[in-house]
Write a protein that binds this ligand. Structure first.
Ligand code: IPE
Ligand code: IPE
Ligand code: MG
Length: 243
């Protein structure tokens, strides 16, 4: 029996594309009597170590949900704190990430952020554009329903202009207009902090992703947790509707 091919053998089946809903920063801080920003700070450290661990495991693409299109519903002071942490993270970590061979890509409408943050993000994308070792996708002001709506709108434009026939619209037509275009299919989606929902993240892309929910709060999530998640993934039997 070919266990490795079935993805059930030991050491087999490293997911090519892992996405994480990094949740629980606020509760981590609250439990320690600290302000929420302390949780976000610690959460950034967790993200940094998980990026390293993903590289060591040979994961090709790691997609991190950092700011959702619904997170604008938070108090302005928390949004400002998150933006400051994003600024600091790029300034502090960009060179190291670039040297590690990581290509940074962003999904979501980050152009809605303040102009200096947009410029920092653009510089991170440009600085790492030629890297090929692994890809770090950061979801910033990302919402999956908008992503799909936007794809549909552009398809409608193409039909109206005669560039596309209605009968030619396929799954690929949509996929090619999503912000994840060109990335390998999502294999494993992890959410921390015990919540069991997708919160508008990668809805289309999760069609056949394996889902893993853990009670661990994001600031406590580390290399060991990612290793366990990948081991769990390797034991799963992905049938894709077959037998
Ligand atoms: C996730 O942690 C980080 C972001 C959404 C930016 P939360 O801030 O949602 O933490 P909880 O869910 O309140 O604990
Ligand atoms: C999802 O977490 C978004 C990110 C992790 C960036 P939220 O904490 O915003 O999700 P809900 O509000 O609990 O669904
Ligand atoms: Mg949350």
């Amino acid at each position: 029996m070919d266990d490795a091919a079935a993805g059930t053998g030991s050491g087999a089946a490293v997911p090519r594309h892992v996405a994480i809903i990094m949740d629980g920063n606020g509760r981590w801080a609250q439990r320690r009597g600290l302000p929420r920003i302390a949780g976000h700070r610690k959460g950034i450290e967790a993200a940094r170590s998980v990026v390293k661990a993903a590289g060591a495991l040979g994961i090709e693409v790691l997609t991190l949900y950092a700011f959702s299109s619904e997170n604008w519903n938070r108090p302005a002071s928390e949004i400002a704190d998150l933006m400051n942490l994003l600024r600091r993270f790029i300034r502090k970590e960009l060179e190291a990430l670039a040297r590690e061979g990581i290509r940074i890509r962003v999904i979501g409408d980050y152009h809605a952020f303040e102009s200096d943050v947009v410029a920092l993000i653009d510089s991170a994308i440009a600085r790492t554009a030629d890297n090929e070792k692994a890809t770090l996708v950061v979801a910033l002001n990302y919402g999956s329903q908008f992503e799909i709506t936007d794809a549909v709108r552009r398809i409608a434009e193409d039909v109206r202009n005669g560039r596309l026939g209605v009968d030619d619209i396929s799954n690929e037509t949509i996929e090619n207009r999503l912000s994840t275009q060109g990335l390998p299919p999502l294999d494993l989606l992890i959410r921390t902090s015990g919540e069991k929902r997708l919160s508008n993240f990668l809805l289309w892309q999760s069609a056949y992703a394996e889902l893993l929910f853990t009670d661990t709060l994001w600031p406590d999530f580390g290399e060991g947790d990612l290793n366990l998640a990948v081991q769990d993934f390797a034991r799963r039997d992905r049938r894709y509707g077959g037998l």
